[in-house]
Design a protein around this ligand. Structure first.
Ligand code: BTN
Length: 233
């Protein structure tokens, strides 16, 4: 069973985990029905009205070498779960989950330090489950409900956590290679021309996702770029 701490309202489940990491047990899951200050990547806001699923894991892994891949593992767990419930979801590297060019899940991971040393990871996800209308969130977005899939947030969370923790130990031991094949199957951008943004602004063709989960992109001058983080625009 998962150790889930439930709130009706928080400013942000990630912020809660960051502020309480010292007292939260490893693998605790913090959920909120709504967030008043939901946060996204690159200092963006994450609209968090009732109906969405908002949760953050407090992870205290013994090894930190593959930490950066855990957001990708979460996107894989979310994507597999949503597809098991009938969505046709795919991963937009590194860790967004989309259906038909509309965002259905975003993931934010934040390292928590204690005395200057890594102590825990707040790994948070916002999944659009029961919202009826997402026209005001500032980007094309969709929920399971809007796709005609009526499923409870509890069932979605339960499934995500089961898939995530099944993969978690494998990745902590073997790295991204443990999930690379599964990840690539849900990544439909291989061979596509894309533009990257958010820190690494380059255009090119996606050649691969390498054994470390990095994007391998070839620009118009045939120069290869290995990109650690950013986003496909
Ligand atoms: C993104 O796509 O920019 C990431 C969005 C992450 C949102 C989730 S909702 C639960 C957790 N708490 C937050 O404040 N953010 C994450």
């Amino acid at each position: 069973m998962h150790n889930i701490v439930k709130f009706d309202e928080l400013n942000s489940t990630n912020t809660y985990v960051k502020n309480h990491a010292l007292t939260l047990q490893d693998k605790t899951v913090v959920t909120a029905i709504r967030q008043t200050n939901g946060r996204g990547r690159f200092d963006r806001k994450w609209d968090s009205m009732d109906g969405g699923l908002y949760f953050t894991l407090c992870l205290k892994p013994a090894k930190t070498v593959f930490l950066s891949n855990l957001t990708q593992v979460m996107s894989l767990a979310v994507c597999k779960t949503l597809n098991n419930f009938g969505a046709q979801a795919y991963i937009k590297w590194p860790n967004d989950v989309h259906v038909n060019k509309q965002k259905i899940c975003g993931i934010l991971s934040e390292a928590i330090l204690n005395d200057g040393e890594f102590y825990a990871l707040a790994l948070g996800a916002g999944v659009n489950v029961g919202q009826k209308d997402l026209t005001k969130v500032g980007q094309p977005a969709v929920s399971l409900k809007m796709l005609g899939i009526n499923i409870s947030k509890e069932d979605v969370l339960d499934s995500i956590l089961s898939v995530f923790f099944e993969l978690y130990n494998k990745v902590l031991t073997c790295g991204f290679t443990a999930v690379r094949e599964d990840y690539i199957k849900l990544f439909p951008f291989m061979g596509s021309a894309v533009a990257l943004g958010a820190g690494y602004d380059v255009k090119g063709i996606i050649k691969d996702i390498n054994s470390q989960g990095q994007l391998v992109l070839e620009d118009e001058n045939k120069k290869e770029h290995i990109v650690l983080s950013g986003e496909i625009l």
